[in-house]
Design a protein around this ligand. Structure first.
Ligand SMILES: Nc1ncnc2c1ncn2[C@@H]1O[C@H](COP(=O)(O)OP(=O)(O)OP(=O)(O)O)[C@@H](O)[C@H]1O
Ligand SMILES: [Mg+2]
Length: 240
């Protein structure tokens, strides 16, 4: 579905990604683990065209999308729930969700039933449903994070990139987010997941990559990474 080869990117003269290769097969959940500043968000930005790769390639469903603009990539069915939520605070929750579906009107993919999908997204996130006509700026940080995720779902995407969907959420909502990720997975949605809760991410994921200083340090099936002593020591903590 998504294949990244020797990806290089950065900010200005500062190179952050030094040749990243990641494969996200159709229908699978792949997680990207790493310390703060390792380059996880930068990887997602380089995939979605928010920053332009300076080397390597990003291939989605056989099409080389490196260098494409974000809107073109969204039209192909790649949704991004970015770090730090970025919802439109002066618009209602419903309007934010409808905006998530907007690239469906402009791309070649089938438009589908947007009204139906809106109701489905609201069912998936009951907190948003209760507040659907409220301005998004009145939501708590955690609720805005959920809105960003629901908006990504509204693209009816081929693949979703989730950057720390549980950031700032109370434990009970973290659990809810992971349940939603599992439910999307069981519906066959392909995902690339970055999560601070690495142990939980490896529970839901099929495969994982560990990133250090802009490089992939190790990768393997989630089952194997979960019990890898080095991964456990560095990312899973003693309590997991
Ligand atoms: N907009 C930016 N301009 C300049 N440098 C940046 C920018 N965003 C990130 N960086 C730098 O790029 C490196 C990788 O950052 P990135 O945000 O990709 O890390 P991350 O793995 O997502 O970390 P975290 O777990 O804290 O979210 C860091 O050294 C960071 O300071
Ligand atoms: Mg990040």
């Amino acid at each position: 579905m998504l294949s990244i080869k020797n990806l290089e990117a950065g900010y200005g003269k500062v190179k952050v990604l030094h040749g990243i290769s990641i494969d996200v097969p159709k229908g699978q959940v792949v997680t990207l683990i790493g310390s703060n500043g390792a380059g996880k968000t930068t990887t997602m930005r380089a995939i979605t065209g928010m920053i332009k790769p300076t080397g390597g390639e990003v291939v989605m469903a056989g099409e080389n999308i490196s260098g494409y603009d974000s809107y073109q990539i969204a039209r192909l069915g790649l949704a991004h729930s970015p770090e730090g939520r970025r919802v439109f605070t002066n618009m209602t929750i419903t309007d934010n969700l409808l905006l998530g579906a907007f690239p469906r009107f402009t791309g070649k993919r089938p438009k589908g039933d947007i009204k139906h999908d809106l109701e489905r997204a609201l069912e998936m996130f009951p907190r948003l449903k209760e507040r659907r006509n409220q301005l998004s700026g009145t939501l708590s940080g955690g609720e805005q994070q959920m809105l960003a995720m629901a908006r990504a779902v509204m693209l009816n995407p081929e693949i979703i990139l989730l950057d720390e969907p549980s950031m700032g959420l109370a434990p009970i909502l973290v659990e809810e987010v992971f349940k939603i990720i599992s439910s999307l997975k069981s519906q066959g949605v392909t995902m690339l997941l970055v999560e601070q809760f690495a142990a939980a991410a490896l529970e839901v994921a099929d495969y994982g990559y560990v990133m250090e200083n802009g490089k992939i340090a190790t990768h393997g099936p989630a089952e194997k990474l979960k019990v890898d002593p080095a991964v456990k020591a560095a990312y899973l903590g003693g309590s997991h």
